[in-house]
Design a protein around this ligand. Structure first.
Ligand SMILES: Nc1ncnc2c1ncn2[C@@H]1O[C@H](COP(=O)(O)OP(=O)(O)OP(=O)(O)O)[C@@H](O)[C@H]1O
Ligand SMILES: [Mg+2]
Length: 251
């Protein structure tokens, strides 16, 4: 038994944080993912960048076990997505907030904590609210909060159960620059503790903070590398120009 546990533990250490291989997903006539392959190391922050409709959210939903790919293979923390999610190891911040408008900030988090089976709920809620700077609004009804404050609560809900993998779908939309910087300091500190982070973004300064970036186009990874690599490879002066060059034609 203990041998089995340690074998599992060592497999978990060796396995990448997540891996998608040749993943395909079709919705009726739309082929949202067309053979998408990527690998994210444990403790790495990987950014998904790509135009609207390129398949970023569809990939993230596959990784969160919400939809099944038509073809290809996905491993999350060394196992299949539903097992990892069921074990409370995955935090998912959806692109559209999945919160309850009539509940207070704290009641929303209590609800998510119950779903995720969080121990020591009061302490975790307080710590997470402090992280996203919402502690003083804990009793406010969600519907009365501004968009940016709701975004902070969505992030808090994803962090509450201390997941080993964070899937963040455009997490800082509507968040002001100072708090965005704080969010990123927090992401970096989580990654340094071994949390794997996959984040989609349209914001270039945020993309540049990722360890590696994947440019997604029409359901595939068109180019991959650090921000510096991509700029150097295209002979451009900034990341936005690099993405435009990569999107427009063969490099
Ligand atoms: N449930 C669905 N039913 C039908 N089509 C869908 C569904 N989900 C996604 N699609 C389609 O799949 C394609 C990829 O959508 P997806 O939401 O993954 O893109 P995205 O890269 O996240 O875009 P954005 O940057 O706008 O968030 C789009 O053409 C979209 O219309
Ligand atoms: Mg999306």
């Amino acid at each position: 038994m203990s041998q089995q546990v340690s074998a599992q533990a060592s497999r978990a250490v060796e396995a990448p944080g997540l891996e998608a291989r040749d993943v395909r997903k079709r919705f009726g006539r739309v082929e949202a993912l067309r053979g998408l392959t990527l690998r994210v190391r444990t403790g790495e922050i990987y950014g998904l960048v790509g135009p609207n409709g390129s398949g970023k959210t569809t990939l993230i939903r596959c990784l969160a076990g919400l939809i099944r790919p038509d073809a290809g293979a996905i491993a999350v923390l060394g196992t299949d997505p539903r097992t990892a999610v069921g074990a409370g190891r995955v935090g998912y911040m959806t692109q559209a907030a999945a919160l309850y408008g009539e509940l207070s900030v704290e009641e929303n988090l209590r609800f998510f904590a119950a779903l995720a089976g969080v121990d020591d709920v009061a302490r975790r809620i307080e710590a997470t609210l402090r992280t996203v700077e919402l502690l003083d609004r804990r009793r406010s009804v969600l519907a009365t909060l501004s968009g940016g404050l709701r975004q902070r609560l969505s992030l808090a809900a994803a962090l509450l159960h201390d997941p080993a993998l964070l899937l963040l779908d455009e997490p800082t939309v509507g968040v002001d620059p100072a708090l965005r910087r704080d969010f990123w300091a927090h992401f970096r500190s989580l990654a340094s503790r071994g949390v794997t982070i996959l984040v989609s973004s349209h914001v270039m300064d945020e993309a540049a903070r990722c360890d590696r970036l994947g440019l997604i186009s029409e359901g595939r990874v068109l180019a991959e590398g650090s921000a510096g690599d991509l700029v150097a490879r295209t002979g451009t002066s900034d990341l936005e120009s690099a993405f435009l060059a990569l999107s427009e034609g063969p490099s």
